[in-house]
Design a binder for this molecule. Structure first.
Ligand code: PHB
Ligand code: FE
Length: 325
């Protein structure tokens, strides 16, 4: 029985079997399998690895990262809930859900090892489907450089001295095939003497046109808790994100369709089509997933204030930041 094996064991497909609390994870040629004391689940391994990549790179993100309708994690910033069926009425109503609260460091370590072992040569979980090979089949090699990419997190703003670098051909960030028409000229900055390291500007569209990953907001400019997190999107957001705060979206190019549902139950609430210039405030009590037919540019504006989840949970803040009536 494969799922009774120890954590270090390698199964017949050449992949390691992982344990985290009462969960066991193993993969075969097509699927990731998840087992817990009273249940089991599987999902296509491409979907699992793409979601796992985000969960690892974003250190469990804000709120809930649903890998699919059953399995996921909820961040408690220090610990994380790893769950099956927690936000799925089919499981909840029959008390069949399973949740374990685990130290984030411990869960992160197992997730990182699993991502590295299960990602085969040629597959890049951050890449658009047209820009990567297949994750399927039995074990063949690794893609460690791809799965250990550091997310860009600027201290103040990308391109400033001592901060995250701008992207260029020279540092391995060519313009993406879908953004060949994006103007690459940079603004002229004329700072007063002594302010050369303080006054700064760069071509935001050119910067984004050189992103080699999809669905991976990077923190490009920070003022206290205000974080501007632009990202380039293509195909499907590989997680269904359950917000624990309001997120603002500004569509910078092309088009994204968002499927928005109740965070707890998944009951559909809205379908939003965002076109260039559109702005949306995603409420604090929803889950959402985006679909981008062409590679597009999206600006996500996050509020990093650590008090927010509790203020929303205790209903001291309304889940929507604006009333239109
Ligand atoms: C989100 O869940 O808000 C989100 C995640 C990744 C993206 C864009 C939006 O690339
Ligand atoms: Fe979100």
């Amino acid at each position: 029985m494969k799922h009774m094996a120890q954590a270090s064991e390698v199964n017949e497909f050449g992949y390691r079997i992982f344990k985290l609390g009462g969960f066991t994870f193993w993969r075969d040629e097509y699927f990731a399998h998840i087992e817990w004391p009273a249940g089991r689940h599987l999902m296509p391994v491409d979907r699992f690895l793409k979601a796992l990549m985000r969960d690892v790179a974003w250190k469990f993100f804000y709120g809930t990262v649903n890998f699919d309708e059953v399995f996921g994690t909820t961040n408690h910033y220090g610990t994380v809930d790893v769950f099956a069926g927690l936000y799925n009425p089919g499981y909840r109503d029959r008390n069949q859900h399973h949740v374990e609260n685990i130290y984030s460091d411990q869960a992160g370590l197992v997730f990182r090892q699993m991502l590295d072992d299960w990602t085969v040569a040629g597959f890049d979980p951050f890449a658009a489907p047209e820009e990567t090979g297949t994750p399927f089949g039995s074990k063949r090699g690794n893609n460690t450089p791809a799965v250990t990419r550091e997310r860009v997190v600027a201290q103040r703003m990308v391109g400033l001295k001592h901060d995250a670098a701008l992207r260029s051909d020279q540092n391995g960030h060519p313009v993406n095939r879908q953004f060949m028409d994006v103007d690459q000229s940079e603004p002229e900055v004329h700072a007063e003497e002594g302010f050369e390291d303080e006054v700064h500007a760069f071509n935001f569209f050119a910067y984004l046109s050189r992103s080699d990953v999809t669905w991976n907001p990077s923190v490009c400019a920070v003022v206290n808790d205000s974080m501007l997190c632009p990202t380039t999107e293509e195909f499907v957001l590989p997680v269904i994100h359950g917000n624990d705060r309001v997120e603002w979206f500004i569509q910078l190019s092309d088009e994204i369709h968002w499927e928005i549902a109740d965070r707890e139950t998944g009951k559909p609430r809205a379908r939003v089509v965002m076109k260039p210039g559109d702005v949306a405030a995603m409420p604090a009590d929803i889950r959402h997933q985006g679909f981008s037919p062409k590679r597009s540019m999206l600006l996500v504006w996050e509020n990093g204030d650590p008090r927010l989840p509790e203020l929303y949970a205790k209903k001291r803040l309304k889940p929507t930041p604006i009333d239109f009536d």
